[in-house]
Design a protein. Sequence first.
Lengths: 396, 131
Amino acid sequence: MKTYEEINSKIESKKAVVLTAEEIIDYVEKKGLEAAADEVDVVTTATFGPMCSSGCFLNFGHSKPKIRITEAWLDDVAVYCGIAAVDMYLGATQLRHNDPANMYYPGEFRFGGGHVIEKLVAGEKLQLFALSYGTDDYPKREIRTWFDINDLNQAIMVNPRNCYQNYNVAINCSDKPIYTYLGLLKPEMKNLTYCSAGQLSPLLNDPMYETIGIGTRVWLAGAQGHVYAEGTQHTSVCSRTPNQVPTEGAGTLALTGNMKEMNPEYVRGLSLVGYGVSLSLGIGIPIPILTPELLKHTTVRDRDIKAQVIDYSSDYPNKTGKVICQVSYEELRSGEIRINGRQVEVGSLSSYAKAHEIACLLRDEIKRGEFLLSQPIRKLPIGQPMKSLEIRGKNQ
Amino acid sequence: MLLYFPQSVTEKPIVYHLVKDYNLIINIFRAKVTPEEYGYLVLDVTGTEEDIKKGMAFVETCDVKINEADKGVSWDSSKCTHCGNCITHCPTHALYIADQKTRRVDFDSSLCVECLSCIGNCPFDACSTIF
């Protein structure tokens, strides 16, 4: 048994033993669970992939004369201004003004909120266009100007849902191509897409949320951020394998961090043809090895983690709940998989390469004594099911 | 191989001559040859070294600019996040997982047939076409 304090004092004296969630697998196999649990202080986990429920609060400071902004666009992407005078929230999936969306199907969605966030973090210049109705104390009614992240008082990323514990594998059983948030799915099950870092993914290494909770310090695109709440749609009641690893979406995290400290390499806007725009984010989360049981969870392998293959042409949009089959991440990473007697090519929207990079970066930061662990101030909810939206009234 | 056509020679059946007169096997990946405009042909040429040399000398007499190494499709490694979404959309495996352990994506331009499937399917705009 170790405590957070003991681990942190080892980190501060640069003596902590830190391995990535990939390295720990062989390490425990070689050393044995008990001996490894004594030696290892921290296992680093990571993920990199599209996280649509991401965005940021920005504060511009006051112009002379002042404006109480009611509508604004950053590089023609609308932001939410229903808060204080020069505060705004920019969401990752917001389309650019006049984007034809899917009017000319499939739409290209070349630029949107995720791309603006990427430009901000990269320190690029952006255009602010802001409008107001004018008041006695905030008389200005229009502003058009250029700025970059250094001109802002605050640029705080606030993401209501990141780090989905596990995720669906999308396939298309229909006879037409479909365009989804998991990319283009060819007809007749010719390809499928998954989206998880598998054995490196944070919540798959702490399946019952024993160390990752509200207040946990996280590596959010290079900045030291933290978990500020359970993520939206956090659903701890779900189907799980005997090692407690969920086989469906399950847990999520709400994360926040200072965008001025982020590395643009891990904040990337993306365009999904026929679907929309989003933001891919790199996140690393350290797991303190307080007990052998916690260590055991971090040794989970791709072959032990299962995901559900779902037909996105019919069962997903119609919420039938039907699952075609379960497959392991080891099978998915082989590049081809057999489903209903057919060879199906496998693609991914989550970057294992980037997740691996982040797990190593975080490992090295902890080893250098630059990243301390924080004990959660509250646990993520256990026993929480998922509610659905019921369409009431005559028009259903 | 890339052939750039000046505005003037779009009416000459260059590919016909390459096949008939120089005994070359031509596989056209992409072409845009429009009157009054600059055009291009992206093709793969197979034949004996001598025939290819003679064929290309003929092409040059038509004022067509040849770029043997160039391809119309390129992949920007700095934009690529190595997600692997392109893999199932590249029919010739020009885009491929170079290392199963690190799962990094790489691009072998010699295998690219310029179907352009990667262009729209790369969410990060890492694949682009010069035409």
